[in-house]
Every structure is written in C-alpha cells, then in structure tokens.
Design a protein around this ligand. Structure first.
Ligand code: DGJ
Length: 732
C-alpha cells in the first residue's frame, strides 16, 4: 500500500517511487509535517519534533504557556497547512474573512479517507491515477473546512497535492488567499531555482540562496507567462546536476500564481503557494467550495537532473492526454516563417510539395487564413476562411496536402479578438475591459472574456465548426497577449477580484470542449512563442511551442531551462532558416536540426526554394530523427553540459531499459588550439557493453561514464556532434 496510517502514533506515511512523505496529527489536532525525502521505514518519527522548542511564542489558543515553555505554538509546528491569526506568523496558506469581519481560522484534523482512484478536480486539469489520501480539516467556530489531497505514484518520484476549501456554515465567507499546499523543509540551506524570461528568451535558469524572509515568484498576468514559470526548486547547498537533495514544485495552473519559500526564524523553510492572492478575493456562499490547482512536488537525491526525471515521468505518464502517451508525434512543416501573412494557395502548395517524401508528415497553415486577416491588425475572432487569400477555401489546400500523403494542420487564437473584426463589431462588450475606460492594445488585439459562458459557447462553436467541416488533424492554439483591465461585465463588484481564476476556469472549459469534441485532432499549445508553457496547458495539449526564437544557440539555453520541469516530448522545436529571423545568426543546418531534434521536432522555413540536395538533407535528418524518436520522447534525460556555464551544451537521452541512448553535444565557439574537451556520458548501465556507432567501438557502460568521450567537432562556431549507444547485442 502506498499510503498507510499508524493509529497509535497518528502518523500518515506516503510512499511513492523512491520517496517517503510523513506527517502526523498532533495533540492539538494540528496536521504536523514530519518528513519528506528518500524512502524510509515507517518508524515513529515524533522524536524529531522536540528539537524545535522556543520560549517566546503565542501558544496554541487556550494552551497554558507555563506548562511547556512554549513549544506548543502553531508557529513552530512543521506544517501541512498554515493559517492566519492564531499565533502562526509564517506565510498562511489560507486567509478568510468571517461574517464578523475577523480573519481567523483554525483548520484542524477531523478525519481521513484513502481513495483507490484519484478524483479529478472539477474544471481544472490535474494528474491522473495514483493512490490518494484525503484529510478532512475543520474550523469548529466558523464552519469553514478544508480537504487536503495527497497522491503518490509507483512509477514517479512525485507527490501531487491540492486543497479544497469549503463553506459548511450558514454564512458567506470570503477567501483572501486560498493556496494549494504548505510544507516544511527541515533547514534553510537551500538555493532557490526558478525559470525566468521574456519573449524569445523563455525559461532561463536562476539560482539564488535561500534567506530569512520570503523568496517569492509569481505572475500577475492572468497567465503563467514567460516572465516566471509556475515552478520553484529548493536545491540543497552544493547540489549539482547529478547529486544532492532537490525538491521541485510545479503548479498545474495557467493563470496568476505564486510560489513562496519562507526562511523561518526556527531555521526551517516553509514552502507554499497556488493561485496568486494578489488581486484575488473569492466569495464562498454557504455550501460552496473552491477547488485549488494541483501542485506536483518532485524529490530526488540525484540532483537537479534527478528532479527533472521525476517530473518528466509524472507528466508523460499521468498528465498529458492518454491518447498521446508513448505515441508518435506529427512531424510538421509550418509556413509561418516562410510567408508570415503573405501567402497564396500556390505558395502553400509549393511549400508542402517540396517536402513530400522527406518523412515530414503534416503541413501546418499558421496565422492569416481567416476573416480579413491581411496582417495582425484585423480578423481575430472571425473563424471563417479568408476567401480573398484562399479563393477556394481551405478545402483546396487540405485536399492538396492530403493528396501528397500528408496531414493538414491549422492555427487558431481562440481567446482573442481584433477591434477590426465582425465579432467585435457585433459584440464589443465581449472583449475584456472596464466600461468607459480605454483598452490597452497589445499586438493590436483584445482578449475575449472567457469568464462568460456565451463568449465561450461562441468560440467553441466557431472553432469546432471549422474542425468538423474540414479534414484537419492538427491544431496550433496560439495566445499572443496578456489580460489588462481585468473586469467582467455583469459580474457583481464584490466578485470582480475572482477574475483571474475565473479566466483560467473559462480557458480550461474551452480546451476541454474543443479537445474532447475532436479526438482525431492533435493539439499544440503556443503563446507568442513559449509564454504559456505550463502543466495546465500540457494537460490539454501534449506539446507546446517552446519559443519563437529558433536560433540554435539561443535554443540550447531555452530547451535546457525548459527541461528542468518539462519532458522533451512537450517541447515543440523547429528547424528554421538562416540568418535566423530573431537573432540574425547563421548556424549550420546540421546544428539547427540536431538541436531541434531534441524535442517534438518540425521544420519552419520556405521549402518552396529547396533544391534536390536540400530535400535529401532534410530526408536524411528526418530519418535519423525517426530512428531516435522513441528515445527522445520517452527516455530519461541527462543534461551533461550546461550552456549557461560553459562553451558547451549536452543532452543525453537513455531508454528506460538502458539498452539505447543518444548524446547530442554542441560547441558554441570554435577556435584554434582548443582545450581538450571530454564530454560527459551519463545514465547508462555500468555493466552493459555498448556499441558506439560514431566511435566504431564497443565499450563498457562504466568506462564510458567514467572516462567520457573526446568529441570531434568540425571547425568553426556552433557545431554539434552526436553519438548513438546501443547495447552490444542490439548493435546494427
Ligand atoms: C506567435 C507564434 O509563436 C508564432 O509561431 C506564430 O504562430 C505567430 N504567433 C502567428 O501570429
């Protein structure tokens, strides 16, 4: 059993792959955290508690401080749920306003259940499967209650957690804060790792020392955003890519979030977070509940890389749509960088025709096919074909592409509207905004108010109509601006601060209704590049456009950072033209392909000019990719060289059974009389013999991993090398 309860010590033990998580119900019915880390025995862990006594405290309400010199304070209990106003001065996980105006609550243990089947969160994406514990906590005075959910997995070193806040009173209760989890780590000797960025520079890695006070990362954009990803890791001092205790926190949420690590005066670290309480207030009527988004916590003693592999297993096996687990991905040619808005049917056909027979199997028509979309000033919201550009409609192109033996994919930006559109002329009030105040333009567009059902119904019908009337097998779902003027016409003033979370609920409803109505369509997420690359989106769309920056050098940074949390199968990566359209850099075609092939790969360039030789090059690259696709999409990732720290980048991917692997390494700057570079090799079975095609040698795993490989980069800058490893008896 993965979850067990010891009646005599009132301790819960949660065992997942390689991990134990333990807490108990103390003498005040407080849920007190005890342990999170490597698998341990189910011993009585309460002996560690006494170490944290203090003398000057606010004792648990009603408790006589003279009895026990003050250990008995909420402030000093390792916590699974912190609350405000009764002696705990740490970051509260929840803050409510009672009918009398006081903000107190004491959420204490009432009962528990163990569920063999994990219930889904209503209207919010969450992990599937796993054994689940539900703790029921109650505030006896107010009738406010909370359920804490914990799920563990046999095949991934993660715990999924969330909270449901319930109003079991006769009155209205206001929630000023409703986070998903709280947890105490035993000391403060951590570095906080986060992923920051901006357009074309998504998910760069930041690492700062933990300190007394709060380290907070958040988004206030009603979107997860490129600015900070909903992820935080606490890496023990000295933890490296391969070694040391690392705790990762990843929130399955796509709207404004916050994650906090608080260095507490007792020397421990409290971690908490969830929906951002900035610009948030939620009204809970009697009998109502608020479900919070799920957080996935990964632990590994094998460093940052180990943490990533826990997340990758969890998200590949239990988060993405089961239709795509361990499945081949479409390999696309996308027309965006080839034509932008300026295309004709002939041009599109020639782009598709040029790659026929190369192994590229899907042609994706990007922005510009609908409404009066001649540029980005008009057309969004009008999901009917632009017959000025495509005089015979979509059918002509789709038939042509299908005739080449390829699938057809189409771009949408369902959440948006241009002022210059029929939709806006008909329903100006559907755009998010405050009456009588001007809108912020962003890329000349406004956002639709997804908190309103009639708006969502319009979008669902319009998109589903296009998908059902045409033979479309792939959709790229874009999102190119963030909310401003958060406000929804028609909602009561006291519910306006519910907007950011209601937008997420609206978005998830939209995704659910469109994805489920079109089971034969493969969906890719996108947001001005990778500005909404989060687990919430991944639940609906198994891959996400990683960045508009397709320059191979920049991509080594972006893909490195993204892989801290997200599996390679989730990263859509395209080979594009040089000079690169974002950086103007020129890198070799082979390098662009080698880096783009470290994900769900595709091509995005004007192939209509291709010579036979170009076609042959792509054909060879695609064949190579197909030969390692299963490894890339489903194998274990080892980041062997960090491009932020050196002249090199390296990703090694090893099959689960360790019979196969591939190592792609990149050298940024060439030179003369270069240093001797030895590439790290990782993740192999030390005892197996591997044939390394490129070395023409068969070598023992332990030798490869301890000695490494001296790469033969071609002269010049931005060069890659690739090595394939096959267990000896599998060598070809
Ligand atoms: C932003 C995306 O990231 C691009 O790939 C492209 O689809 C454009 N939007 C189209 O407007």
């Amino acid at each position: 059993m993965a979850i067990s309860y010891n009646e005599s010590t009132k301790t819960f033990y949660l065992d997942g792959k390689g991990i134990t998580y333990a807490f108990y119900i103390n003498e005040f019915d407080y849920v007190e955290h005890l342990y999170y880390g490597k698998t341990i025995g189910h011993d009585d862990l309460r002996y560690i508690r006494g170490l944290w006594g203090r003398s000057v405290i606010a004792a648990v309400p009603g408790y006589d401080v003279d009895v026990d010199s003050g250990v008995q304070s909420y402030n000093h209990f390792g916590s699974e749920l912190t609350f405000y106003g009764t002696g705990d001065y740490r970051e509260p996980m929840v803050e409510i306003v009672n009918p009398a105006g006081d903000r107190l609550t004491q959420l204490l243990y009432d009962s528990y259940e163990i569920l063999p089947e994990k219930p889904a969160i209503k209207g919010i994406p969450s992990m599937r499967d796993g054994e689940t514990l539900v703790l029921h906590l109650k505030d006896k005075v107010s009738g406010f209650a909370c359920d804490l959910y914990y799920t563990v997995y046999e095949d991934a070193g993660v715990i999924a957690r969330r909270a449901v806040f319930k109003n079991e009173s006769e009155n209205v209760i206001l929630l000023n804060r409703a986070y998903s989890f709280a947890m105490t780590l035993p000391h403060m000797g951590y570095d906080v790792i986060s992923l920051y960025g901006c357009w074309a520079k998504e998910r760069r890695v930041d690492r700062i020392p933990m300190h007394h006070g709060v380290v907070s990362i958040d988004s206030k954009r009603t979107s997860s955003s490129a600015t900070l990803n909903p992820f935080m890791a606490l890496a023990e001092k000295g933890a490296t890519e391969e070694q040391g205790n690392v705790y990762g926190i990843s929130l399955i949420y796509s709207s404004s979030f916050v994650l906090k690590a608080e260095g507490v005066c007792d020397g421990r670290t409290l971690v908490t977070g969830g929906i951002n309480d900035f610009d948030f207030r939620w009204k809970l009527e009697s009998g109502e509940e608020l479900e919070t988004p799920e957080v996935v916590m990964a632990y590994s003693s094998e460093g940052i890389g180990g943490m990533s592999r826990c997340f990758h297993d969890a998200y590949r096996n239990h988060l993405i749509n089961p239709r795509y687990v361990r499945k081949h991905r479409p390999l696309v040619i996308n027309n965006w960088e080839a034509t932008y808005f300026d295309f004709t049917p002939e041009k599109l056909k020639s782009i598709a025709k040029a790659v026929q027979g190369t192994g590229i199997d899907t042609f994706v028509l990007d922005d510009g096919w609908f409404g009066k979309r001649i540029n980005d000033h008009s057309g969004l919201g009008d999901w009917v074909v632009n017959t000025d550009k495509l005089n015979n409609g979509l059918k002509e192109i789709i038939d042509y592409v299908n005739g080449l033996g390829m699938k057809f994919g189409l771009w949408f930006e369902p959440e948006m509207v241009n002022e210059d559109s029929d939709l806006y002329r008909e329903h100006p009030d559907w755009a998010i905004g405050v009456p009588d105040r001007p809108h912020c333009y962003s890329r000349y567009q406004f956002m639709l108010d997804l908190t309103r059902k009639e708006v969502r119904d319009y979008i669902v019908n319009a998109v589903n109509k296009v998908l059902q009337e045409n033979h479309i097998e792939y959709v790229k779902w874009d999102y190119n601006r963030n909310v401003t003027e958060s406000y929804s016409i028609g909602r009561e003033p006291e519910r306006q601060a519910e907007f950011a979370h209601r937008y997420a609920l609206g978005l998830y409803d939209l995704c659910e209704r469109i994805v489920e109505a079109n089971p034969n369509v493969f969906f890719e997420g996108c947001a001005s590049g990778g500005a909404r690359f989060d687990p919430g989106i991944l639940y609906y769309f198994p891959q996400i456009w990683t960045s508009d920056d397709t320059d191979a050098e920049e991509r080594t940074h972006i893909q490195y950072g993204t892989s801290l949390v997200y599996p390679l199968s989730s990263m859509s990566c395209h080979v594009s033209v040089v000079p690169n359209h974002q950086t103007y850099r020129i890198t070799p075609m082979a390098t662009r392909a080698d880096i783009a092939h470290l994900g769900a790969t595709g091509y995005e360039l004007d192939t209509s000019h291709f010579s036979d030789e170009d076609r042959a090059v792509v054909h060879k690259q695609v064949a190579e990719y197909h030969g390692m696709e299963d490894l890339i999409l489903n194998g274990d990732l080892y980041r062997t060289e960090n491009p932020m720290e050196s002249n090199y980048f390296g990703f090694m991917v090893v099959s689960k059974d360790k019979t196969e692997a591939v190592l792609t390494a990149y050298r940024r700057m060439g030179g003369v009389n270069n240093e001797v570079k030895i590439l790290k090799v990782a993740g192999l079975d030390a005892e197996k013999m591997y044939h390394v095609d490129e070395l023409g040698l068969t070598i023992k795993g332990s030798t490869l991993m301890n000695v490494g490989i001296v790469p033969k980069f071609a002269d010049g800058d931005f060069m890659t090398v690739k090595y394939r490893f096959r267990e000896k008896n599998l060598a070809v």
